[in-house]
Design a protein around this ligand. Structure first.
Ligand SMILES: Nc1ncnc2c1ncn2[C@@H]1O[C@H](COP(=O)(O)OP(=O)(O)OP(=O)(O)O)[C@@H](O)[C@H]1O
Ligand SMILES: [Mg+2]
Length: 456
């Protein structure tokens, strides 16, 4: 990446001198003699870093800093100050300057500072690239907002396009939060029924009797409270798609009725005699293992085969970690916009934590995590402090911290001492765990000066 640096100073010598030195470090340099001129340059060129003097005629460094913080919040500003004005520099830090340097400028220190300041700028640009990738993906698949570049998700996209136009029943399986409902949406949108009703039924949310009248409707007076005729969801979905969410939760009598709709495209309303014809495409979803439910006698095998003409299985997020970065970038943009915040990236530590976490709640949990991170974030980049503690806690188990830079012998000593401690000094158990003989263990205890602790 070639970065553009803007040097602002009213003294020609300083401006040109700093510019030359930074140019030799491989940056593109732009020069301005006061704040106003600097702003003009920034309108024309995308500047990645500003180095500015404080005292200048025209628009001063302080005022320039304020304008940049407002209009270009992710562009770092390094302030230059003469002797005796350090106090002003401290104020500037409070106003959002990245750092300050006193004149005469130490060029080596400047090089370091510039490098450091640009590393966070690099994150911003990386995030922008991801954002563009998300947008491109969305354009390519104008039918849905399902994001994913993993091989598994690519396969699902292919399957979707292939299956959607048919009338085949589809069973979507996968853990909670993997995106089953999104896929059901896409199936409907992509089908020839896209402009017809898409009716969703959350089967687990309704009691048995309510579910039956919800699905199939009821005749007037069929039970107390049934004041008028009510059309059921199967009738409302006529010519469209019905989405039966959490199908694993329905009872046997509703299972039989649904089976009949699949076989005969007909049903009766609750308390009614008349047969109602309907033409619906059935998409069902579950996070249960229906095969096991069949074995346990909770789910009808014949219904399973009718529903499962095509199976779309969405793997958990931990099995397609390549999707995490893209999903996170997309949720970040969504929530930054919703909360009117200019957050333009995720720092490497936080990104690593997102990647390493196992996401038991899958994409839904990732989405919630980014929403809270955006709300908590006080800067322009999400950092590890903005993430929930669960993501940064060490996984369960006993750990030994070994700092980089120590010798193999030192590491061995630490491992032996900790294992002995864990085994309460039992040498044969410790030797077993470490995969060495008892004699070797004794020798090492001696060599590492651990006798006082363990050989009494
Ligand atoms: N691939 C994806 N791209 C973008 N957003 C996604 C993706 N997968 C899931 N989401 C989002 O994650 C959340 C959960 O997805 P959804 O409700 O479809 O999951 P589900 O599998 O139906 O979960 P449950 O079994 O708990 O009902 C939603 O906000 C959804 O928009
Ligand atoms: Mg769902």
């Amino acid at each position: 990446m070639k970065f553009n640096i803007l040097v602002v100073d009213d003294e020609l010598n300083i401006r040109v001198g700093l510019g030359k030195s930074l140019e030799m470090d491989g940056y593109s340099i732009f020069l301005a003699e006061d704040g106003n001129e600097a702003l003009k340059v920034m309108l024309k060129v995308e500047i990645d870093l500003v180095i500015s003097d404080l005292r200048m005629p025209g628009l001063s460094g302080e005022e320039l800093l304020k304008k940049i913080s407002n209009s270009y919040p992710t562009v770092p500003v390094i302030i230059l100050t003469g002797h005796g004005t350090v106090e002003n520099a401290v104020n500037a830090m409070r106003d959002g300057a990245y750092d300050f340097m006193t004149k005469p400028v130490n060029l080596d220190r400047l090089t370091l500072l510039v490098k450091r300041a640009l590393s966070s700028r690099e994150l911003v640009l990386q995030h922008r690239a991801l954002k563009e990738e998300v947008e491109k993906l969305e354009k390519k698949r104008n039918y849905s907002n399902i994001i994913g570049k993993s091989a598994q998700m690519q396969k699902i996209f292919e399957l979707l396009v292939q299956v959607a136009p048919s009338k085949a029943s589809v069973l979507i399986t996968g853990e909670s939060g993997v995106g089953k409902e999104l896929v059901a949406d896409a199936l409907h949108q992509l089908s020839t029924r896209g402009d017809q009703p898409f009716v969703k039924v959350h089967c687990a949310a309704l009691s048995e009797s309510l579910l039956e009248s919800e699905l199939f409707g009821h005749e007037k007076g069929s039970f107390t409270g049934a004041v008028g005729l009510k059309k059921g969801r199967f009738e409302l979905a006529d010519r469209g798609t019905i989405f039966l969410d959490e199908i694993g939760e329905i009872n046997q009598s509703v299972q039989i009725k649904i089976l009949r709709v699949l076989q005969e495209k007909a049903f009766e309303r609750v308390g009614g005699e008349k047969t109602v014809q309907t033409d619906v495409r059935i998409v069902a979803a579950t996070n249960r293992d229906l095969k096991k439910e069949i074995e346990d006698g909770n789910f009808r095998e014949d219904l399973f085969y009718r529903l499962n003409v095509v199976n779309i299985h969405i793997p958990p997020l931990r099995e397609r970690k390549e999707d995490i970065q893209l999903l996170a970038a997309s949720f970040l943009n969504e929530f930054a916009e919703e909360n009117n915040k200019s957050i333009e990236g995720i720092d490497p530590k936080a990104a690593m934590a997102l990647y390493n976490y196992s996401w038991p709640g899958n994409v839904r949990e990732l989405r919630n995590c980014l929403e809270s991170a955006v709300v908590l974030c006080k800067k322009h980049i999400i950092s590890i402090d903005d993430l929930p503690p669960a993501l940064t806690e060490e996984p369960e188990g006993n750990y030994i911290k070994i700092t980089m830079g120590i010798s193999l012998a030192e590491a061995e000593k630490i491992i032996i001492r900790n294992t002995l401690n864990q085994e309460k000094g039992n040498k044969s158990k410790t030797a077993d765990i470490l995969g060495i003989g008892r004699k070797t263990l004794h020798r090492k205890i001696h060599d590492y000066g651990l006798e006082d602790e363990f050989l009494r």
